[in-house]
Design a protein around this ligand. Structure first.
Ligand code: ADP
Ligand code: MG
Length: 273
């Protein structure tokens, strides 16, 4: 039985965070296309709990729940920031100033400076791109299946590296940087590329686009650390590896929080009274 519940209704997933009677934190999610499952979950065991909502689909969920009581709402970015600060504390990470990238359906980029925060921008390249383009390239619709298969792929014949172009010429920049994501499909040997290779290359696009934007934002605001969150990192070690090495390469420190996708839900939970 939950006493307090935070719900982050996002474009793809509705994330739920709650405390039980023993103050133990629990996390779960449902597809946002299945509000019925969310409603059933609340009604089955937790109808007496106090709820706080956040996320782009919060209003839609509120209407769907048809609650007699008005359900409190917290602005998404405030909730996310509160959830990030809570997790930093839990994980004993001391971080005053950082860029925060929320890799959800799309990606939103923020500057955290002490208690305050501001949105800097974002990109439509995100988790939705992974499952959408991934489906076009392979026909696979399951997120788990897609990220598992991507792990066994190789980007060698998918991408073109700076070193592929410069070969033995003196390199003007790091040769291991990607010169062209997916350019190798058109320009490299006719070698057969597998679904795994395509998915691996796709993870490369997402990780490198997001990391590049964050690095530029970090440079512009004199920040050394980038905190990456969002459910696109859930069980997704390959994406984390890509982001980590790109961020390190540009001499910034990447931070991944344990409960990637749940910052918004945890932030809403902290607000529930
Ligand atoms: P939003 O808040 O926009 O819903 P999330 O942070 O929840 O975004 O991230 C959504 C992304 O997480 C999806 O686009 C997908 O890449 C990934 N993902 C993780 N788990 C799942 C899942 N079970 N089903 C679909 N997508 C998932
Ligand atoms: Mg979200």
């Amino acid at each position: 039985m939950a006493t307090k519940i935070g719900i982050d209704a996002g474009g793809t997933l509705t994330k739920i965070a709650y405390w039980d009677e023993k103050k133990q934190l629990h996390l779960l999610n449902f597809l946002s296309s299945n509000f019925k499952a969310v409603k059933d979950w609340i009604e089955s065991n937790h109808s007496l709990a106090s709820i706080c909502l956040t996320g782009g689909r919060a209003e839609q969920l509120k209407k769907y729940l048809l609650s007699q009581n008005d359900i409190p709402y917290i602005v998404e970015f405030d909730a996310t920031m509160a959830g990030v600060m809570y997790q930093l504390k839990q994980e004993n990470i001391h971080c005053e100033k950082a860029i925060i990238a929320n890799i959800g359906t799309g990606t939103s980029i923020h500057l955290m400076n002490g208690e305050s925060h501001r949105r800097l921008g974002g990109t439509g390249i995100g988790g939705g791109t992974l499952i959408g383009l991934g489906q076009v390239l392979t026909g696979i619709t399951s997120y788990e299946e897609m990220i598992n298969l991507s792990k066994s792929g190789s980007r060698e014949f998918i991408d073109i590296l700076v070193s592929d172009i410069y070969e033995s010429n003196k390199l003007p920049l790091n040769g291991s940087l990607t010169a062209s994501n997916f350019g190798g499909v058109a320009l490299k040997s006719t070698e057969n590329k597998s679904h795994a290779d395509y998915l691996s290359g796709l993870q490369g696009i997402i990780g490198e686009v997001v990391a590049s934007l964050c690095i530029q934002a970090a440079d512009a605001h004199n920040v050394n650390r980038v905190i990456y969150i969002g459910s696109t990192l859930e069980n997704n070690d390959l994406l984390k590896k890509i982001i980590q090495s790109y961020t390190n390469l540009k001499e910034k420190e990447p931070i991944f929080l344990e409960k990637h996708g749940y910052s918004g839900a945890i932030g809403a939970l902290l607000e529930s009274i």
